[in-house]
Design a binder for this molecule. Structure first.
Ligand SMILES: [Mg+2]
Length: 369
């Protein structure tokens, strides 16, 4: 890590910060507008370091801090005697969906009752997913189809929505070329952003006869890459031409997940493979809007008028969910109902430690039943 852009918060300041105190950063310029309110009421406070990614992203609306690269203390199993105080000190829960709320197309046992209980306690709930294949409307149908009829569209943040919100934030007036599925297209439509590509290019093939030249639209101002079950060479070439030849063309990736769980039998190549292909051919770095990048959290905090220290991130993946929470200065709770096993969590190779872990989301409320 480049220490010139990664100032440490002093150990003294860190201890002063325990239990909802405010940590003021000394330098650098990129971080001077950021003040972290870091609340870690139960765990051992860890030395905090600004992540390189956070500094590069120029994030200023909330602080990105990470303790994953510094000395980490192991995650604590959330015992019954700590559950009441844990719930009391969280105002908003951000839930990852797959592995936390559902697995594939099946709701995880006890989740509907647990969400009802949190709602009765006045907790705000937000559901985030890196899966861009559906729009918010698509996810709302899934929630309702699984019996979670109290969930509202504005409580759902998919990376497809995050991509459209990002394009709105940069006032995108040109067309977006989509490598991805219908979720991105639906969100771009709702945002009033013109787009081409997507599933319509799924069957296109390239004729590589001698002298073949591929035209592309010079009015494409961005390429958006999300998970695409029908990615092909035509789409990769089209995206590459836009990024290499259209001046100022923006490259957005909905997420960089290495693998995804299309079936329960094995892991399948995730959107990281698709973004990686176009990064390789274009030579450009993508702007990532999904977890663990900060865009989604900044947007959620701003839209809902909430502060990071009021939030607990609940997820089943260390490298996306828990890293997203750590980078954002949130409290973090890992559930073992998804991809991460207790063995992985406790492995000496694992540097990403949540504050707490439980077997499954409903377990954090077991003492209230
Ligand atoms: Mg998950």
């Amino acid at each position: 890590m480049n220490r010139a852009v990664a100032p440490k918060i002093s150990r003294q300041s860190a201890f002063q910060a325990k239990n909802t105190a405010t940590v003021a950063l000394a330098t650098p310029k990129a971080a001077t507008r950021s003040v972290a309110s870091i609340r870690r009421p139960f765990g051992t406070f860890k030395e905090l370091t600004l992540t390189e990614q956070a500094v590069k992203s120029g994030r200023t609306s909330s602080l990105c801090v990470s303790n994953a690269m510094a000395t980490t203390s192991p995650a604590t199993f959330l015992e019954d005697e700590d559950k009441q105080s844990f719930i009391d000190t969280v105002d908003t829960f951000i839930f990852d969906c797959d592995g936390v709320i559902w697995k594939g197309d099946s709701i995880i046992e006890g989740v509907p009752e647990a969400l009802d209980m949190l709602k009765a306690k006045g907790k705000k709930m937000i559901f985030v997913t890196n899966n861009s294949t559906k729009s918010r409307a698509g996810y709302l149908s899934k929630f309702h189809g699984l019996g979670l009829t109290n969930v509202k569209a504005e409580e759902i943040f998919s990376s497809s929505f995050a991509a459209a919100a990002y394009f709105q934030s940069i006032n995108m007036k040109k067309k977006v070329y989509v490598v991805g599925e219908v979720g991105i297209q639906e969100e771009l439509d709702l945002a009033g952003i013109a787009h081409i590509g997507g599933p319509e290019d799924g069957d296109k093939k390239i004729d590589l006869s001698p002298g073949q030249f591929m035209e592309h639209d010079p009015d494409v101002g961005a390429v958006c890459v999300g998970f695409d079950r029908n990615i092909n060479y035509y789409k990769i070439q089209y995206a590459t031409l836009c990024l290499r030849e259209n001046p100022g063309c923006v490259f957005v990736g909905t997420n960089l997940d290495a693998v995804t769980h299309l079936t329960s039998a094995q892991e399948w190549a995730g959107n990281g493979s698709m973004v990686g292909a176009i990064k390789g051919s274009s030579g450009k770095e993508p702007v990532v809007v999904g977890k663990p990048a900060p865009f989604m959290l900044d947007y959620i905090c701003e839209q809902n008028n909430i502060k990071p220290e009021q939030i607990c991130m609940v997820g089943d993946r260390l490298d996306t969910d828990i890293q997203f929470g750590i980078d954002g200065g949130l409290r973090t709770l890992l559930v073992l109902s998804g991809v991460t096993t207790e063995e992985t969590l406790k492995s000496p190779e694992n540097a990403i430690q949540p504050d707490y872990y439980v077997s499954a989301m409903p377990d954090m409320l077991s003492v209230f039943k």
